[in-house]
Each structure stands twice: as C-alpha cells, then as structure tokens.
Design a protein around this ligand. Structure first.
Ligand code: SF4
Length: 308
C-alpha cells in the first residue's frame, strides 16, 4: 500500500504521530534531573562517548532549578507559538534511569502531575535498567504514555568500540526485548557519518532496527563538537565526513527500509552553533529537511518502499 501522506511528508513524522494519537498539538518540554551516566562516572567507563559534549558530566539545562520552574519557563515559551498545546516531558540530560530509584520516581511522578503533561519520554542507556527500575516503568506505562529512548548509534561493534559506547550490542538487544515484553514503547537513537562507516553499514543499522520492530527512530548526523574526543580524533585523522548530499542519500535509503509504522522522531541534528566544528551544513536545518523532502519527491520514494 502506498502510504506517504504524513502531513505531506513521505515519512512517518513525530508531529504526524502526535496529531493522530492525541488529536492536538504536542510539544516536548525538556527536564534536567541531574542524572549522570555510567559511561562518564567510571561505572562502565570514563569520559563518555567520544562525540558527547557532556562526557564531562556537565549536561545541558539547569538541574538546580526546580522541576516546576523548568516546566513553567518552557511552557511559557511554547505557548507563545502554540497557545493550546499539551506536552510530553522529555528527560534528556544524562542517563535518566541511572541513579537513586526513589529520587527518579519522585521526579517522574512530580512532572506527571503538572497540567497538560500527556506523557513521559525518558532517554537512557540499555545498561541502566535494573529489575526494580523496570518494575516502576511498568507501573508508569499503565499510568501514562511512556516512551523509553535507548542510544545505540550503530550496530557495528568496531564503530561502537571506537566511539567508546561502553556497552555491547547484546546488552542493547536484551534491554530492548525486556522493555517490549512489557509493552513499553522504545525509540532508538542512531548516528550517521560515524568515522569509517560507509553507506551500507549505516543502512544495516536501520535494517537491524526495522527487524527488531522498534517503535521509533531518531536519525542523527555526526556533529563534531569542540572540546570532545571526537574533535581530537578528527583533527588527527581527518576521517571523511559526509557531504549534505551523501547524508540525504543515506537517510532516504534508510527510510526506504523502515516499516511505515515506525515513527521517525528526527532526521537531522541540532548542534549548538558555537560548539560546532563540522559539518557546517548542519546549521541550516530547515534547508536540510526541505532538501530531504525534495529528493524523496524527485525519486518518487517513501518510507518502507523496500519493506513491503
Ligand atoms: S551514553 Fe549518552 S550521556 Fe553517556 S557519554 Fe554517551 S552520549 Fe553522553
């Protein structure tokens, strides 16, 4: 079946998913609850993933500001543009199921009590889901629209090692299956353009996630950021970076293999312009999104065309 009318896009956008699921405009509000990361604090590794600006443990957002204040300030900004919007609470900074479970429970429940919060979106690592944590997530899943975001970045072990992910593919698969066995929705974060990966490797990552039947995918382009180990590696080895045209070609090829039901949360990256070393074309996000749409139209292709 030809399916590409996701708000005039040829792929299943998050905006379309929210509109058809909630019947209203949904915006994400980001909360920093001060979680660290086991790949930063030495539990699994030190220094974090080599592309991560936060490998120092200094995550974006102010964890010292109360959750209510974080909510109020972001809600105000969102309502300037979308006065009637409701919200999904996005726990983004660090690994948000890592730390004292009682504290985490308190944070999740407090945010859930705020007006117009329709669900929780919790970003974490596959090695931060203890049995007790899972039990609580199961309860949360009954109470609200819960999504767990797991970082994978690549299915290729050699790259995973190079970028110091600090977990195995087996750990990822085990965590994924455990969440799905409990009907918890899982979105997976991947990065295109990692050092020495070719187009086929990136398509393999997308195909792998399609076969796993993930609920959603976030596709990012590698951004080389200042003061990261990736920046040092790039300076030393000058590994080739994808051009914008190559990136568009790869993203479209990945979308073609993804089941139309998989929600595409992102097809690009939003780097802080002051931190960005390369590629500079990432700065023009709207242009990139439009170019992906144009190229999909030119090829007369759409998400899942190779999946039927
Ligand atoms: S797992 Fe996430 S937070 Fe931790 S170092 Fe890697 S990218 Fe940064």
């Amino acid at each position: 079946m030809f399916r590409y009318s996701y708000n005039n896009k040829r792929y299943h956008t998050l905006d379309y998913f929210y509109k058809t699921t909630f019947n209203e405009k949904i915006c994400k509000l980001c909360f920093n609850i001060g979680c660290s990361c086991p790949n930063v604090d030495g539990t699994k590794g030190f220094g974090g993933c080599i592309y991560c600006k936060n490998g120092s443990g200094d995550f974006a957002g102010d964890k010292n500001v109360s959750l209510k204040e974080q909510y109020n300030s972001q809600r105000k900004i969102m309502e300037r543009k979308w006065p009637n919007a409701s919200f999904i609470a996005y726990f983004q900074a660090g690994s948000n199921t890592y730390g004292d479970l009682e504290y985490l429970k308190k944070c999740y429940l407090e945010v859930l009590s705020f007006e117009k919060i329709k669900g929780l979106y919790i970003a974490t690592r596959c090695d931060c889901l203890s049995a007790d944590c899972l039990e609580f997530l199961k309860l949360l899943n009954k109470k609200t629209n819960l999504v767990i975001e797991l970082g994978l970045q690549t299915i290729h072990d050699s790259t995973s090692k190079l970028i110091n992910r600090g977990h195995t593919q087996e750990e990822f698969i085990e965590a994924f299956k455990m969440l799905k066995a409990n009907d918890i929705k899982v979105v997976v974060h991947i990065i295109n353009g990692l050092p020495y990966e070719n187009k086929e490797m990136m398509i393999e990552t997308a195909k792998f996630l399609n076969d796993l039947k993930v609920d959603g995918i976030k596709i990012h382009m590698l951004a080389i950021l200042k003061d990261t180990k990736m920046a040092k590696l790039y300076e030393k080895e000058k590994f080739p970076l994808l051009t914008k045209e190559e990136y568009i070609d790869i993203v479209i090829s990945q979308l073609e293999y993804l089941d139309p039901n998989i929600v595409i949360h992102r097809v690009t990256t939003d780097p802080n312009i002051n931190d960005l070393i390369a590629p500079k074309w990432l700065v023009k996000k709207t242009v990139l999104l439009n170019d992906i749409d144009k190229e999909m139209k030119r090829r007369n292709t759409y998400q899942g065309i190779k999946n039927i």
